[in-house]
Design a protein around this ligand. Structure first.
Ligand SMILES: C[S@@+](CC[C@H](N)C(=O)[O-])C[C@H]1O[C@@H](n2cnc3c(N)ncnc32)[C@H](O)[C@@H]1O
Length: 167
């Protein structure tokens, strides 16, 4: 995961995998469209890697998306919003244009993960350092919003509170 440099200079490439303790409470996924070529565990029933280019493929079913970050991330989040069924993991940078376009404007719920997760290398080993940044999970589709609520991974804000208007 290439969180921006000021967040975690040690996580410079995209090959940082979601910790099992985050994936496990979220249940089974049908597709991970951005998976590593070599992976220590499955994240879904089907995976696309950089070799197939997950953005160029058809997406189906319930999607897990921890995308390549940096400038590429917005393309994946747009696709998640368009697809409307799945959960994405992104930095909780709530002020960014991507967040305004693809999360506040589109998602059904956001879960702010408690603490800073330690991501894993493609050999399965856990990083000795944490993400260096807050992380959130974004649900597209009401069933996925309910899954976030049940996961107990952090605090959930439902879309009904997203309007930005004073209560
Ligand atoms: C942050 S990692 C997440 C890996 C995995 N989805 C997970 O949650 O553990 C992002 C992954 O996207 C892959 N990737 C980068 N560009 C891709 C593309 N165009 N199509 C599919 N996968 C891609 C990288 O190789 C990397 O493994």
């Amino acid at each position: 995961m290439s969180l921006s440099a000021h967040q975690s200079a040690r996580m410079r490439n995209d090959e940082w995998l979601t910790p099992p303790e985050i994936l496990s409470p979220l249940g089974a996924f049908d597709l991970d469209p951005c998976a590593p070529v070599i992976r220590p565990w499955d994240t879904a029933s089907r995976h696309y890697t950089i070799q197939e280019d997950g953005l160029a493929q058809e997406w189906g079913g319930r999607v897990w998306c921890n995308p390549p970050f940096g400038r590429e991330a917005v393309k994946w989040l747009r696709r998640m919003a368009e697809h409307g069924n799945g959960i994405a993991l992104i930095p909780a940078r709530t002020e960014t244009a991507m967040f305004y376009e693809c999360v506040w404007g589109q998602a059904d719920a956001v879960l702010f993960v408690k603490g800073r997760p330690h991501f894993h290398r493609v050999d399965g080993s856990r990083a000795g350092f944490n993400s260096g940044a807050p992380i959130c999970l974004v649900a597209y589709g009401k069933t996925n919003a309910r899954t976030l609520l049940a996961s107990r991974l952090g605090h959930v804000v439902p879309a009904s509170l997203f309007s930005g208007e004073p209560a």
